[in-house]
Design a binder for this molecule. Structure first.
Ligand code: FE2
Length: 481
């Protein structure tokens, strides 16, 4: 069987490089002066072993700096203990999402509660005050210098890293000067805990417990929603018995079980007081990503990318992607209207578009929590085989649902990563700006930074690297990096 090109180039191995001047085709707008920082896997191969899942690779940071119409690029592995063990000893030394080190049963025990949990913070990037953090679902977050991409140190969202997992999608509210993230504390009495960080403290993560909820079998939760008034915890029936994590007989995510008869739940917490306000029930579904949430009278409206089940996680095993009939279930943009009071306590979602989408993004800084937010950018699938091979822009329409539409960008053999919106300074229209995406051209075996006009969703420029960038996860556009 021939390995598809997107697997060879998108799930292989990256060299560390620094390029002062990347050739540009087209015109990069004058106003586009900033840096796209991206996180993702830098290699899937360690010694004789290969990581098993898309979410496992060793963390590598990327920097595309746009200035005066020119583009420079650099990448660097995050200098972590996981990376040192891989580079120096050629071994996978720490448990990842779906790959465990080779080790004795005894050594496996207590692994999630072991402070030696992986520090390969590969999934996302955030900026808290002046600090840039590479984010992981483990409690270990890694600070780095956005110019050199050098690792600065580690931090944690919680007071302990013992028995904790977190999300890589904290919400940052610059107006209120605070950031919030969800931590799951596993143990005999497991808890969901929203941790709030005061940005006036320089972005230090030693925050406070804002809201807490006990849970017998915690759900796998990758993100949460935040409106102006509420935190929204969507709890899916992909759950784990904490004892299973204690015993750690299998890799982290394989301890979770899909139990659809439990259904899904939305827990609402007051952002001011942390009080639990209401729990609503919904038919079983799964999601990685919330998109936006906003208050509408006595309702909280929650948009997310939903799936009917959690099969999407299994679809990202590398051996599954190598199968000729590998299928990637398409997630769809769904809206849930959650009444804070009244009704029978159950809700169902509305599909905003039939077009599949993942890695959703929006003009977060300006539009998050706003009811008039309309545009969602993401990756999608032209079929159900292969891998994400197009960028999509979904217009969720006006408040009455009118005007909904979808725009697509694709090119044969090309596999785009997350589309990141960069707005024109002083913009009044929501989509006045560009969407940046690192695209793998699988036939040429190279990647390019694509610059799309966000309104028309058409190409205006691309900066072509001489090498491939592995298919990554999340990043951010930053004008102060
Ligand atoms: Fe994510």
């Amino acid at each position: 069987m021939t390995t598809p090109d997107f697997l060879t180039h998108g799930f292989g191995d990256s060299p560390e490089v620094e390029l002062d001047d990347v050739p540009v085709r087209g015109i990069v707008p004058d106003w586009l002066e900033g840096t796209l920082l991206r996180n993702g896997p830098g290699t899937f191969q360690v010694g004789e072993r290969r990581y098993r899942h898309w979410f496992d690779g060793l963390a590598m940071l990327h920097r595309f700096t746009l200035q005066g119409g020119r583009v420079s690029y650099a990448n660097r592995f995050l200098e972590t203990k996981a990376y040192s063990a891989a580079r120096d000893d050629g071994r996978i030394a720490y448990p990842e999402f779906a790959t465990d080190p080779c080790r004795s049963l005894f050594a496996r025990a207590m692994a999630v509660f072991d402070p030696q949990v992986t520090d390969s913070a590969k999934v996302n990037i955030t900026r808290l005050a002046e600090r840039y953090l590479a984010l992981a679902e483990t409690p270990v977050q890694v600070e780095f210098d956005p110019q050199t991409l050098k690792t600065v140190g580690v931090d944690s969202w919680d007071t302990s890293t013992f028995g904790r997992m977190t999300t890589v999608h904290p919400h940052v509210d610059g107006d209120r000067g605070e950031a919030v993230n969800l931590v799951v504390r596993y143990g005999a009495s497991s808890r969901y805990v929203f941790r709030q960080v005061d940005l006036a403290d320089g972005g230090a993560l030693d925050g406070t417990d804002l809201a807490t909820r006990r849970v017998a079998k915690p759900s796998y939760i990758h993100s949460f929603g935040m409106s102006g008034r509420y935190l929204v915890l969507a709890e899916f029936p992909l759950v784990v018995n904490p004892i299973s994590l204690l015993l750690w007989l299998r890799p982290y995510i394989e301890n979770f079980r899909w139990e659809p008869r439990r259904g899904a739940r939305f827990h609402l917490f007051d952002r001011e007081t942390g009080a639990h306000v209401r729990t609503l029930r919904a038919p079983a579904f799964f999601a990685f990503h919330h998109v936006n949430a906003y208050d509408d009278g006595d309702d909280v409206v929650v948009d997310l990318v939903g799936y009917d089940d959690a099969d999407i996680i299994g679809a990202f095993y590398l051996h599954r992607l190598e199968e000729p009939d590998a299928r990637i279930p398409p997630g769809t943009l769904r809206r849930f209207r959650l009444p804070v009071r009244g009704g029978d306590g159950t809700v169902t979602g509305e599909e905003l578009s039939p077009t599949g989408i993942e890695l959703p993004s929006l003009d977060y800084d300006r539009m998050n929590t706003r009811p008039d937010q309309r545009y969602v950018y993401g990756v999608g699938l032209s079929g159900e085989r292969g891998f994400y091979d197009r960028l999509v822009k979904i217009d969720t329409g006006a408040a009455d649902g009118s005007g909904r539409s979808t725009k697509i960008w694709s090119e044969p053999g090309c596999y785009p990563g997350e589309g990141v919106f960069a707005g024109r300074p002083g913009r009044e229209r929501e989509d006045d700006g560009v969407v940046l995406s690192v695209v793998l051209d699988s036939e040429r075996g190279t990647s390019f930074l694509l610059v799309l006009d966000a309104e028309g969703f058409t190409e205006i420029a691309r900066a072509e690297l001489p090498h491939p960038v592995l298919l990554g996860y999340h990043g951010r556009y930053d004008t102060s990096a």
